[in-house]
Design a protein around this ligand. Structure first.
Ligand code: F0G
Length: 362
């Protein structure tokens, strides 16, 4: 039958693995189905026998992986007759929640840390008509507030504490397995509030239980050095990093992230802001991929692990080709301020053929 809505988002593709019923109204913007790109540069960097792939989640409708979870969370909220949803956000969750709420025709309230979210993300929440409140406090404080409000009032929480968010986000691991024919040996990703690492690990385990894959990956997570509560083992009261998306000091899914790490035989480690920015530039220059700084933490982590000999020595028992997937969680256009601070400004030249040819130096 021809689908009258012509959608092919993650619910349509993976309905069988999701808590969707015939009564669920499906709110979708055709999220998912993002490219898994082979990186020749990074594969060569790792050496013979390694294949590195990049999962470019910036190509989701609002420019980040959050859309996978939001299509399920908003569809279920509508099924449960919610009139409004609320979230705290470092930017991407609010962008996604406000877009999917606009499509669903329900009220959306977002709390963001004042002055600490990237310009693109702020623009998104505002243009979609959400009630945007800039809180004098950081993300962790804003999250506590929305938890309290949603517990006391008839408004649905759409942070990743909402299990439907995790359900939707796990579809990214299905896509990786479908593309590779099995799970990768390693998956590397940034960790902030830790919902995404929880979702991926759940997805891999379920796909294995369904007999769709034979192995499970080792989950390698990276936090920014100044915002690394899981690595340090305690809450960070005043987290700091240029990667504002993962500037989080008390992740909601802390325990689940540790579980993903330990069950998979992986690790959670830190990368510095400098390492993040180096990887951010490398992805743009060598791969043609523009990602936001937080997303570059995965590739920064890969390079760090390669340098300390992790793939050669510590991790034994690997035979044949080793596949590594780095998750690039959000688009570079989200944070133009950071880009402009990172690159050289354009050179100003006279509107004159000779002057221009001199610069091009053919
Ligand atoms: N990368 C990007 C681009 C993000 O926006 C986030 C989280 C993460 C990585 C980390 O994912 O929280 O599941 O561990 N952003 C949230 C937000 C916190 O509000 O947009 P996580």
């Amino acid at each position: 039958m021809i689908n009258p809505y012509n959608y092919w988002g993650v619910i349509a593709r993976y309905k069988k693995y999701l808590p969707i019923t015939n009564r669920t109204p499906i709110i979708t913007l055709n999220e998912g189905n993002t490219p898994l790109l082979y990186s020749e540069y990074l594969s060569n960097l790792l050496g013979k026998g390694f294949r590195v792939y990049l999962k470019y989640e910036g190509l989701n409708p609002t420019g980040s992986f959050k859309d996978r979870g939001m299509t399920v969370a908003i569809s279920k909220a509508l099924e449960e007759k919610a009139k409004a949803v609320i979230c705290a956000s470092t930017g991407n969750t609010s962008a996604s929640a406000s877009a999917y709420s606009a499509k669903a025709g329900i009220k959306c309230v977002v709390l963001i840390p004042e002055g600490a979210i990237a310009l693109g993300k702020l623009s998104q929440a505002l243009i979609h008509g959400a009630i945007v409140l800039a809180v004098r406090g950081n993300f962790d404080i804003a999250l506590n507030l929305v938890r309290e409000i949603s517990a006391k009032f008839p408004i649905t929480l759409v942070n990743s504490l909402n299990p439907y968010r995790i359900e939707g986000q796990k579809t990214a691991s299905f896509e990786i397995c479908d593309a590779l024919g099995d799970a990768p040996d390693f998956q590397i990703m940034p960790v902030g509030n830790a919902g995404n690492i929880t979702a991926y690990w759940k997805g891999y385990k379920e796909y294995k239980a369904f007999g769709k894959i034979k192995k499970l990956p080792r989950m390698l997570g990276f936090q920014a050095e100044g915002a690394a509560p899981i690595v340090k083992g305690h809450i960070i009261r005043n987290p700091q990093t240029i990667a504002t998306a993962i500037r989080i000091g008390n992740p909601a899914s802390w325990k689940q992230a540790e579980l993903a790490r330990d069950e998979s035989g992986g690790l959670i480690d830190t990368v510095s802001d400098k390492q993040i920015l180096d990887a951010y530039r490398l992805l743009a220059v060598k791969e043609g991929l523009f990602v936001e700084p937080a997303s570059a933490a995965s590739v920064a982590g890969l390079i760090k692990l390669k340098k300390i000999g992790y793939f050669g020595g510590k991790v034994q028992g690997l035979k044949g080709i080793t596949t590594i997937v780095c998750i690039l969680t959000g688009h570079g256009l989200k944070d133009p301020d950071r880009t402009i601070k990172t690159v050289k400004p354009p050179k100003i030249v006279q509107a004159d053929l000779k002057a221009i040819l001199k610069e091009i130096n053919l």
